[in-house]
Design a protein around this ligand. Structure first.
Ligand code: 13P
Length: 261
């Protein structure tokens, strides 16, 4: 079995301000200094990217600066949007695309997500593609179909070479911000199926190297149980990523799960 380095991301969503973003970054850079064996990224809101990036560099931190979204065109008349060259200018190296809040609150579809993801991977950045079913879809027994469809449509036209920079985040919508987490067994089951879809889209070797994160009410107290599952390669963290001690604990759990593998 391929040994994958676990990856933990902090999605700050529309939270923090200039002062708290700086404080949180300093605390994380310090707290994660001695945590090895796990890749970590944080995704602050756009206005704080430069600030957070500068603090990470000043501290010599290995934490990667990520963005929560991007637009696929390089420049032009797209009011309110942010381009890949702009993100690169701010030292961003990873971009989340297709988050469920963008799908369900802001009406983003697979086709747009696909264009964004292709642009991100083409630019040599890491792309974190979010997929996951709603509660109604889960209750209708459609979890695996929904994940398969999202993966097929969002990954259309992406080749194996680009897939080297791909991370998939499985985030069941009913578990996001609700305090309701998938059981480790449910997460493993969904992740295993996701890896099967990736195998079909690329090949088994490529699929065995793609990290699949779990997201949805991950906390310090439940992280290890989830990350210990064979196909769960870390997590994408919302609420708990705003508390430095808890986020550090989650990163430690990911590192520990890899050591125990
Ligand atoms: P919570 O950890 O707050 O449930 O959010 C998960 C998420 O959406 C991360 O992208």
């Amino acid at each position: 079995m391929t040994q994958r380095t676990p990856i933990v991301g902090g999605n700050w969503k529309m939270n923090t301000n200039h002062r708290t973003a700086a404080e949180l970054t300093r605390e994380l850079a310090g707290g994660l200094e001695r945590v090895g064996g796990v890749d970590v990224f944080i995704a602050p809101p756009f206005p704080y990217l430069l600030l957070v990036g500068a603090i990470l560099r000043e501290r010599g931190s290995r934490v990667v600066l990520a963005a929560q979204d991007v637009y696929f065109e390089p420049d032009g008349a797209f009011t309110g949007e942010v381009s890949i060259p702009m993100l690169q200018d701010c030292h961003v190296r990873s971009v989340i695309v297709g988050h469920s809040e963008r799908r369900h609150v802001l009406g983003e579809h697979n086709e747009t997500i696909n264009r964004k993801l292709r642009a991100v991977l083409d630019a040599g950045l890491q792309g974190v593609l979010c997929v996951g079913e709603t509660l109604a879809q889960r209750e209708a027994g459609r979890t695996d179909d929904v994940n398969r469809m999202q993966l097929q449509e969002c990954l259309a036209g992406i080749d194996a070479e680009h897939a080297e920079r791909l991370v998939v985040a499985y985030e069941p919508v009913w578990a996001i911000g609700t305090g309701r987490t998938a059981t480790p067994e449910d997460a493993q089951n969904a992740h295993h199926k996701i890896r099967g879809v990736l195998s079909g889209l690329f090949d088994e070797h490529v699929a065995s190297r793609i990290r699949v994160q779990y997201g949805g009410s991950v906390k310090g107290s439940n992280a290890l149980g989830l990350f210990a599952q064979g196909d769960v390669d870390g997590g994408l963290i919302g609420g708990a990523s705003l508390k430095s001690a808890e986020f550090v604990q989650i990163c430690q759990a990911a590192a520990q799960s890899a050591r125990g593998a």
